[in-house]
Structure formats: structure tokens, C-alpha cells
Write a protein that binds this ligand. Structure first.
Ligand SMILES: [Zn+2]
Length: 342
């Protein structure tokens, strides 16, 4: 059995970036766990002792969002060295190493629009990778016990600044309700806000939520910086809650009242080539507008703000016609949420 030195002294990220397209499956043993490198950037770790949690952490689904990749690489180093003893099943995914090497969000297609089978309509490396990731996640969850708590945190950083620096997107619940325990976890992780989605999407977290019943979130941890330029201390909240979860197999609990909760009210869609957003390029996520403001227009349509304070997130008009140019969100009171039984 090869030693961890195949990982260039335990540096999973360096190994992945040096083998960005594919690599031979390999397995290793460390004290208390078996490691399986299933493909490039895809590492499964099975602890020797039984556990009831199957945890997927994905990073770099957008290749240039390097902060969370470095965060998880450091965490893996501590697992390899024995400093962090794993007590959960863990699947770590570095999403798009080719675009990470290129310093780009993606090469051909935004990979976080390719899940739930949307990859089938494309023929490009991101589509193949999304198919591969779906298969790997399916095998991982199915290898665990039926009764395992399935978790998936898909960690990102955003193109622009944000009125709320760190926030999570809660996939559409189809009316089934929200997990208080998971919201408490997000609060314990130091997040500022949560955004409740209003419809099915083709994002990775919606896919694992819908398909495997995972508690799944897209987690935005701040602004994009190149490798080596991230201030990892800004991620200390999520870093310590993930370490605690991994070591104890207990989900750290903060108080969800510390989270500002927004509900998505509308998705803006680019409907023509002459579509424009009437905001500056430096407008932050969660910037609010007055009722009646014409936020977007094209030769086919216009979008006027429905209520004072309605805010925009993820604005980006540089997308193909038919794709999303932003989401309109509205403050909501946590007390009004429907919670699932846990
Ligand atoms: Zn992203």
C-alpha cells in the first residue's frame, strides 16, 4: 500500500493541482481510518469505528474560489498527521481542478448549474466532472448506513462583497420544512445570514438535498482571492465547527436567532442580448432597493422592485440568455419557519 507521500507530504491540494484531469485510484491507511483517493480531487475517508454521520464537503466547484479549498486542505493535513481524529465518514471533493489551475471560475460552463442531470445537455469537461461527482456522492451515501445523518456543505466564495459576509443558501424544501439543528450549526459556524431558496435548481447542494435527503447548503464565506492570498482567519468559525463535528460526530449548536433570514422572492433571468441590470458593478450582495425601482430591463421586459427593502444577491448580467442574473430576496422572521421533526 503506498504511503501518504504520494500526496507530496500530505498536501492533497498540491497533488490534485499537479494531476488536474485524472489520477489512478489509490488507497492508504492512517491511524484510525482508511483513505481512498477515488479520482483526482476526490478523497473518501472511512473511520475504523462506527459512526452515524456521512459528511460531504465540496470546495472549488467554482475553480477560482480558493479560500475554502485551502481551508479544507489544512484540515486534511491535520487528519493525515493524526492531530484530528475523524469520527465521521468524510468525502472531500475539490470540484474543478482544471479551472483552479487556470484561476478561473470555470472553463466552459458554470459547474454549479450542471447537477441533477443538467450535465447531460453539455459536452465539456465540467459536464463530465459533474456526472462523476454525482456518481461519487451516490456511492458514498449508499455505502453508509440507511440511518446515517447525511450532510453536504458546498463551500464557496463570492464574486462581489456582501452586506452579510458569510451566508448559506438553504435549498428549496418543497414545503417539507427546515432543520433547526442545521440552522443552529450555521449559527455556530459564525455565519451571518441564511437564504431560503424558492424553487428547484441545478446546484450541487439542491441535488444532494433532493436526491439523498442530505442536509445540504451552499455556503458563501467571503470574497474570491487567488491561492495564497486568502486570510484563512476569516474562516475560523466554520473551520472550528467542522473540526468539532468531525472529531465528535455531534453537530455543534449555536442559536439560530443570531442569523438574519431571507427568503428568495424572484429569480432574475436574462431574456435578451440587450438585457441590463441598473446597478453598479460594485454593488454588494444584499443591497436593498426602494419599491418601484427598475432593477433590470431588456427589449422584452423590465423588473421593478415590489417592496421597499427587497434586495439583490449574486447579480451578474454576464451570462448566456436564459440564465439567472440574480436573486431578489426579502427579510423573513425565523419564528415563522416550519421546522422538520428531528
Ligand atoms: Zn461559487
Amino acid at each position: 500500500m503506498p504511503s501518504l507521500f504520494s500526496f507530496q507530504n500530505g498536501d492533497f491540494l498540491a497533488y490534485t493541482l499537479a494531476n488536474p484531469v485524472e489520477c489512478e485510484p489509490q488507497s492508504f491507511q492512517i491511524q484510525g481510518a482508511d483513505l481512498y483517493l477515488e479520482d483526482t480531487g476526490i478523497l473518501r475517508i472511512e473511520p475504523s469505528q462506527p459512526t452515524s454521520i456521512s459528511l460531504v464537503i465540496s470546495v472549488g466547484i467554482h475553480g477560482n474560489e480558493t479560500g475554502p479549498i485551502e481551508l479544507i486542505n489544512n484540515l486534511l493535513k491535520d487528519i493525515f498527521s493524526g492531530e484530528l481524529i475523524l469520527n465521521v465518514r468524510l468525502l472531500v471533493l475539490i470540484g474543478n481542478p482544471v479551472s483552479s489551475n487556470a484561476g478561473k471560475r470555470f472553463i466552459d460552463v458554470n459547474m454549479n448549474r450542471l447537477f441533477s442531470g443538467a450535465w447531460k445537455t453539455f459536452d465539456c469537461p465540467e459536464a463530465k466532472r459533474a456526472e462523476n461527482l454525482e456518481n461519487v456522492v451516490q456511492r458514498f451515501y449508499e455505502k453508509g448506513s440507511e440511518s446515517d445523518v447525511r450532510l453536504h456543505y458546498d463551500l464557496h466564495t463570492a464574486i462581489r462583497g456582501s452586506e452579510y459576509e458569510q451566508f448559506a443558501v438553504y435549498p428549496f424544501d418543497h414545503g417539507s420544512g427546515y432543520s433547526k439543528s442545521q440552522l443552529n450549526f450555521l449559527a455556530a459556524s459564525g455565519l451571518d445570514a441564511v437564504l431560503l431558496s424558492h424553487q428547484p435548481t441545478t446546484t450541487f447542494s439542491y441535488y444532494t438535498h433532493l436526491t439523498y435527503g442530505a442536509h445540504a447548503f451552499t455556503v458563501e464565506l467571503g470574497k474570491v482571492y487567488p491561492f495564497g492570498q486568502n486570510d484563512l482567519s476569516r474562516f475560523s468559525g466554520i473551520d472550528s465547527s467542522l473540526r468539532s463535528l468531525m472529531a465528535t460526530s455531534e453537530i455543534p449548536q449555536g442559536n439560530l436567532s443570531s442569523l438574519t433570514v431571507f427568503a428568495v422572492k424572484d429569480a432574475l433571468i436574462k431574456d435578451a442580448e440587450d438585457y441590463t441590470l441598473n446597478i453598479g458593478s460594485d454593488v454588494k450582495n444584499f443591497t436593498g432597493f426602494d419599491k418601484g425601482f427598475c432593477l433590470a430591463q431588456s427589449s422584452l421586459s423590465e423588473y421593478r422592485v415590489a417592496l421597499d427593502g427587497d434586495a439583490i444577491i449574486f447579480p451578474n448580467a454576464q451570462v448566456p440568455v436564459g440564465q439567472r442574473t440574480g436573486l431578489i430576496v426579502r427579510l423573513t422572521q425565523p419564528e415563522t419557519l416550519l421546522f422538520i421533526k428531528e
